[in-house]
Design a protein around this ligand. Structure first.
Ligand code: SF4
Length: 419
């Protein structure tokens, strides 16, 4: 019996506006069944493909993927920005990755929840019908995802940290408390995120073996109220991130701004040496910011990203608040959808998306963008990699995250780049 899909984002709109960005930006892996199906569709004889192989083995992925043209575009994307497979054989004939995007499924015990990829411009701009209108389509694809990733289905409990699990209902109690903190309109988002970091720091130290259900709710109520009171209102009163914190954070930034394929590909696609040189500059944090994403402006120096950005326009605040609510409510930030991180490590990595977006936004503003456009691009770049970049999956990334968290750098980075 396949797992049902529950909890599509209720505060977010989306419909495809046929910009073609995803079909140019990603290498789309295909399952064996999809490969056989597409090969049987007779594309080799179709003049639209100019004799191109429809499917090739992608060395970086280590799997079969849809072929792309020299500029990175999927060979099936037509000049009208519409998919040729969809046009000729119907929506269900496409690979499930294409059918699902920009939605993504999050395994949550005996069901799926749904999150969104903010790399899609229609998601960041909140364009289209309410996401709930796509429930039937997402449910249809969920069965295919489950067949492809059976190990994600029916996970028995939620992992808080290594050796500590709780029932899913208790994980939801934590999440409800964090959502309440992060969506409280009484405070600026920057402060709300620091409150969430303070609450997480207390919870990380606690054992919950005998604190469950109603008792957990009471515990969370008390600790969340204390965290809200104790966190300083003024970000300028929070100590500046330390040298270690800033250095490690910049190394993570080098991953978050990186894109190697299609029209947004930056310097990293050129060679291993270019990637090494860029990584070194991010570690040093001096000179001009390497353009690891094509949208990053040329010639902006690292020092520009240390200057306060000031108040954001309300639309940028709304976008960021929507983002954190969707990521929290879906649970994308922990478990298989975030490199199998436990709840607290996953939450720390999600909270760090805020200074990451604000750092990128400062660079973009220094390069001439307006504040809203800069935040939009910051979020598109960061969320493109959040939970997806293999460079955020390894032991080094996990060590950086733990070091930033245990040294108390997460709230400092939020305050410093939220100014
Ligand atoms: S198969 Fe179609 S939807 Fe998928 S990437 Fe190619 S053009 Fe886009």
């Amino acid at each position: 019996m396949p797992m049902p899909v529950r909890s599509l984002p209720t505060i977010q709109n989306w419909d495809c506006h046929t910009c073609g960005d995803c079909c140019r930006t990603y290498v789309v892996r295909v399952t064996t069944e999809e490969r056989d199906r597409i090969l049987k569709q007779g594309w080799m004889a179709d003049p639209a493909l100019n004799g191109a192989e429809p499917i090739t083995f992608d060395k970086r992925l280590g799997e079969y993927a849809l072929s792309h043209t020299a500029d990175g575009t999927c060979v099936f994307l037509g000049p009208d920005n519409l998919c040729r497979i969809h046009a000729k054989f119907g929506e269900a004939a496409k690979p499930f990755a294409c059918r699902l995007y920009p939605f993504a499924l999050v395994p949550h015990g005996d069901h799926w929840t749904v999150t969104l990829r903010y790399a899609c411009p229609s998601v960041t701009d909140n364009l289209g019908r309410p996401c709930t209108a796509h429930a039937a389509d997402v449910s249809a694809v969920a069965k295919l995802v489950e067949a492809d990733q059976p190990q994600s289905a029916n996970l028995p409990a939620a992992t808080l940290q290594p050796g500590q699990t709780v029932p899913w209902a208790d994980a939801d109690r934590f999440t409800k408390t964090f959502v309440k903190l992060v969506t409280d309109p009484a405070h600026p988002l920057e402060r709300r995120l620091r409150q969430a970091a303070a609450l997480a720091a207390v919870c990380r130290q606690a054992r919950f073996d005998s604190v469950s259900g109603g008792r957990l709710n009471e515990f969370l109520q008390v600790v969340a109220a204390a965290a809200a009171d104790e966190v300083p209102a003024d970000p300028y009163s929070v100590p500046k991130p330390g040298w270690v914190g800033r250095t490690l954070f910049r190394q993570q930034l080098g991953v978050y701004v990186r894109h190697d394929h299609g029209p947004h590909a930056g310097a990293g696609q050129r060679s291993r040496w270019a990637r090494f040189a860029a990584g070194w500059k991010f570690a040093l944090g001096s000179g001009s910011v390497p353009r690891l994403h094509a949208e990053l402006p040329a010639g902006v120096r690292f020092a520009a990203a240390e200057q306060p950005l000031g108040n954001l326009p309300p639309a940028a605040d709304d976008l960021l608040a929507r983002y954190f609510r969707v990521k929290l409510e879906s649970g994308q930030f922990y478990g298989p959808t975030n490199h199998h991180r436990g709840y607290w490590d996953g939450l720390a990595s999600l909270l760090l998306v805020f200074p990451t977006v604000m750092w990128i936004a400062r660079v973009m503003v220094a390069g001439g963008r307006d504040h809203l456009d800069a935040v939009r691009w910051g979020l598109r770049m960061a969320d493109d990699n959040f939970g997806y970049s293999k460079f955020l999956a390894g032991p080094r990334a996990a060590w950086i995250l733990r070091t930033l968290d245990t040294r108390g750098e997460v709230p400092r980075l939020i305050a410093w780049y939220g100014r």
